[in-house]
Design a protein around this ligand. Structure first.
Ligand code: NAG
Ligand code: NAG
Ligand code: NAG
Ligand code: NAG
Length: 372
């Protein structure tokens, strides 16, 4: 009898862990206020809630997770010198800063703006700069446990360059960098043993001053999608086996026709879990105007087949209107705003499905990363 109960208990508990998780955590960074917000999205209830606020010694306007989601790397918006911050997320309700690294020794007057992590050993971290003379970037090594350790390479692009975003090909061969101020996309080869970079090539944006800002790469490694900050568009390039890029077709608009791109600064591109959709966002430079959110459908090979929608967001987006696709549902993404301070969950078919205000004096909300 006792044995039967034990077996029944085991059966029930193994059944319980196969039921899909209803709750998914996100971490959201800020501009200026020194907090990291932990949110929970319940995909059964369709609700979004703040579950923790960690007090940290930096305002991370950009956050990225390492390969096993145990560490977060962030920028430091308030720092006088361009700085990268390493956080431990073992306890997602109490995220702790573990290290700060100051880079940018080959350029001056800039801020840390973006950070990206290599997904296989040696798990190197790539940092970029913006504002001032930001023609340089930095490669960092990590300790065995993932904490940022030291700078292993500083390198430059061209006078006038400023890289605002990067993406790594899924095979770990290349780093592609969006040089907004230089209107270029760069390919660097990654040394697999050390994580350091070698120049391969660069290609101009699709039009003069188009301003590639962020990039994301298809899981098959054959296409990179770039959001063009200045022209308010999305461009797609094919990636050849030697890492060089070729523009596929005319860019796609992130503004309804008739609106002047000079009043906007397009923000982000993000591929859905199974790479069926590409999300893209735009921000207005003036808080009396609205930002935009769009999604494109991709063919199974990668190229864009159609623009599914281009909708106004409820605010300008402030400095954000960043979009981050979820790791659990091909249809779901998170949108962040710092004009009033909120995070929203969007569904590609249903539009906005959850909204959470986080009013902290325009500090929140920069970008979001999904923990699960
Ligand atoms: C990770 O390793 C570094 C360097 O040894 C150490 O300073 C830090 O405390 C470690 N972090 C954790 C969470 O163990
Ligand atoms: C890469 O190319 C740029 C532009 O020609 C040059 O300024 C830079 O020094 C090169 N970097 C490396 C690491 O070779
Ligand atoms: C994804 O979420 C939507 C609700 O936003 C739901 O209708 C759909 O069934 C979910 N898909 C999967 C595969 O769970
Ligand atoms: C958003 O953050 C930026 C950067 O800190 C700040 O300058 C701005 O006032 C904030 N709010 C809006 C509406 O842009």
């Amino acid at each position: 009898m006792f044995r039967m109960t034990g077996a029944l208990f085991l059966l029930l508990s193994s059944f319980a862990i196969t039921v899909p998780a209803a709750k998914h955590k996100l971490v959201v960074g800020t501009f200026s206020t020194e907090f990291l917000y932990t949110l929970e999205y319940d995909d059964v209830e369709g609700s979004l809630a703040q579950v923790a606020r960690s007090v940290v010694p930096a305002a991370s306007s950009w956050l990225t997770l390492n390969h096993d989601k145990t560490k977060l790397y962030g920028t430091d918006w308030n720092a006088q010198e361009p700085t990268f911050v390493s956080y431990d997320v073992a306890d997602s309700y109490n995220i702790k800063a573990e290290a700060k690294i100051v880079g940018g020794s080959m350029c001056s007057g800039s801020k840390s703006i973006f950070v990206n992590a290599y997904q296989t050993a040696p798990y190197s971290v790539y940092g970029n700069y913006y504002y001032g003379d930001a023609r340089c970037s930095t490669v960092m090594a990590v300790h065995e446990n993932g904490t940022l350790k030291e700078i292993i390479q500083e390198y430059v692009y061209l006078p006038g360059s400023a890289v605002h975003g990067t993406a790594i090909t899924p095979d770990g061969e290349f780093l592609i960098s969006a040089d907004t101020k230089g209107n270029l996309l760069w390919t660097h080869k990654i040394d697999r043993a050390t994580g350091t970079l070698l120049n391969v090539s660069s290609i101009e944006g699709p039009s003069e001053g188009s301003g590639p800002r962020h990039v994301t790469i298809h899981e098959n490694g054959n296409y990179v999608y770039a959001v063009l900050e200045e022209s308010s568009e999305v461009a797609q390039y094919s990636i050849s086996s030697d890492g060089t890029l070729s523009l596929l077709d005319d860019p796609y608009p992130l503004l309804p026709s008739g609106l002047d791109p000079a009043n906007y600064w397009a923000d982000e591109v993000s591929l859905s879990l199974e790479n069926k959709y590409l999300w893209a966002t735009n921000r207005a430079r003036d808080n009396n105007l609205k930002g935009y959110i769009s999604a494109f459908e991709l063919s199974p090979d990668g190229p864009i087949t159609k623009q599914l929608f281009l909708l106004e967001t409820t605010t300008s987006g402030g400095f954000a209107n960043s979009v981050a696709t979820s790791p659990f549902n091909d249809s779901i993404a998170a949108l962040t705003d710092n004009s009033t301070g909120f995070v929203e969950i969007w569904d590609v078919d249903l539009g906005e499905i959850a909204h959470l205000d986080i009013p902290d004096g325009q500090g929140c909300c920069a970008n979001a990363v999904w923990l699960d």
